[in-house]
Design a protein around this ligand. Structure first.
Ligand code: 5GP
Ligand code: ZN
Length: 108
């Protein structure tokens, strides 16, 4: 069982900002910035390490700027935590779009 596969299955218009053929975009349940969105491929892919779906990854990356523009932010951070040491907690590939505040570099 995978919580993001369940989320994709039960995605409805009240919680989903974008329902694309290949992915959904939702607000993170525990936001770490004023804007914190998750882009989740509909297909189960464990992490970037298991990913060869260039089309879906390309679509997500290119659509992120459109969503950022809709949210009125032109400065934002895209994060793909991959593996436990990098902070991945859900083992279904997802892309964080973070914005609405300043971010430190390097990340903690
Ligand atoms: P990770 O730590 O794997 O990079 O990110 C997982 C993210 O998923 C976390 O930011 C967490 O708050 C979010 N998350 C976990 N469960 C749910 C959920 O059921 N719905 C939503 N919208 N976000 C979730
Ligand atoms: Zn899954």
């Amino acid at each position: 069982m995978c919580i993001f596969c369940d989320l994709v299955k039960s995605a409805d218009s009240s919680s989903v900002l974008v329902n694309d053929d290949a992915y959904v975009c939702v607000r993170d349940i525990n936001p770490v910035s004023p804007i914190h969105l998750l882009f989740i491929p509909k297909k189960h892919i464990g992490s970037l390490n298991e990913c060869s779906d260039e089309e879906t990854v390309g679509k997500i990356m290119c659509d992120m700027k459109k969503i950022a523009k809709k949210m009125n932010i032109d400065s934002y951070r895209v994060v793909v935590n991959t593996g436990k040491d990098a902070g991945q907690t859900v083992e279904h590939l997802h892309f964080h779009l973070l914005g609405g505040r300043t971010f430190d570099w390097p990340p903690g």
